[in-house]
Design a protein around this ligand. Sequence first.
Ligand code: GLP
Length: 236
Amino acid sequence: MEVVIVDHPEQVMADIIANAVKGGATTIGLATGSSPLATYTELIRRHNEEGLSFKGVNAVLLDEYVGLPTTHPESYARFIRDNFTDHIDIGDVHSPDGMAPDSKAAAQAYDALIGQVGPVDVQILGIGSNGHIGFNEPSSSLTSRTRIKTLTEKTRRDNARFFDDDLDQVPMHVITQGLGTISDARHLALVATGEGKADAVAAAVEGPLSASCPASILQWHPTATIVVDPAAAGKL
Ligand code: GLP
């Protein structure tokens, strides 16, 4: 695992994605949340100003809230369109179906789809303040596949800022790629900024490889990069 501490993590992350795409990547894995936003802004800039093309590339999302239609501003399918994929020349963008009548079957179908369009060449990741990746909360099986999860209250409180600070509006359930599914990607690239992530980053990098910190799976992945700013690196 390589840890990069830098003032502008989005530049390093954008380099990783741009190099993968220029090198022939056909599938990239996208994450939502605020952490990768600056990376997406930088990639859109390179697309507009430097001709970086995503032609021939498809994308898969990590996760989705159960019960939010894709038109809802906080659905992850909508979020990624608004903040990234509608602004570049990428191909298909896949995400779990959070509105399927049978969420379990939808999760299994999504895992199978990733198997078909994958392997993911490079997977972007953020990290939750409790060490989750995707929506794999602490105690998630290290070999888990895409499935339904119940969010912890901590994560729902963290994400309430996107729902008018109203905890009741934050869905309880999600469909998320499992830790095993995520680990199938050829390269994992995690970005974290700010001192609020310092404990989670320290646990992921220097703590034991353990389900109590799902992001610690990056320790056993052959090609993992953690890109952090000095504040997020503060407890390393
Ligand atoms: C959500 C997402 C994760 C993301 C995390 C951190 O829980 N499912 O993919 O990494 O939030 O979000 P943020 O980057 O906004 O701190």
